[in-house]
Design a binder for this molecule. Structure first.
Ligand code: NI
Length: 137
């Protein structure tokens, strides 16, 4: 873990008031943690753009009764096994399945994988959420 560094921030009082409301709403213990989160969010956006290796989850909801869909989704995942760390299948209710797929790779490949899953007939929802440690690889 890297050293903690203190630095001063000058802010307009109205903006600081809004920021403190944001901190309260999101249950941050202090301003430093909130600022660190905002910086990490900005970094992950840059990594998306610069195509760095990132990690994340793809979540999908799909129709359990759609003929051939389970097989289709499994085949897509096997075609991209190098991007997939693990997956979990949840039988959400009588008609719907929910799958959480933990992924790692170039952000454009992860987005492409999510799009392929989304395009399969019977998939009702597909979303990719990426995360970063902030470290370069
Ligand atoms: Ni199921």
């Amino acid at each position: 873990m890297s050293d903690l560094v203190r630095f001063g921030v000058s802010l307009n009082s109205d903006l600081l008031k809004k920021f403190d409301e944001h901190i309260k709403k999101h249950s941050y213990s202090n301003r430093s943690n909130a600022i660190a989160d905002i910086i990490r969010d900005q970094l992950i956006e840059q990594e998306w753009v610069s195509n760095e290796i990132v990690t994340g989850v793809i979540t999908i909801v799909f129709d359990h009764h759609q003929r051939g869909l389970s097989n289709n989704l499994t085949n897509i995942q096997h075609d991209h096994h190098d991007l997939i760390i693990s997956s979990q299948h949840i039988h959400l209710d009588h008609d719907n399945c929910f799958e959480i797929i933990v992924v790692k790779g170039h952000s454009n490949e992860l987005k492409e994988l999510c799009n392929k899953l989304k395009a399969a007939k019977g998939v009702k929802h597909a979303r990719v959420n990426l995360a970063t440690t902030g470290q370069k690889v």
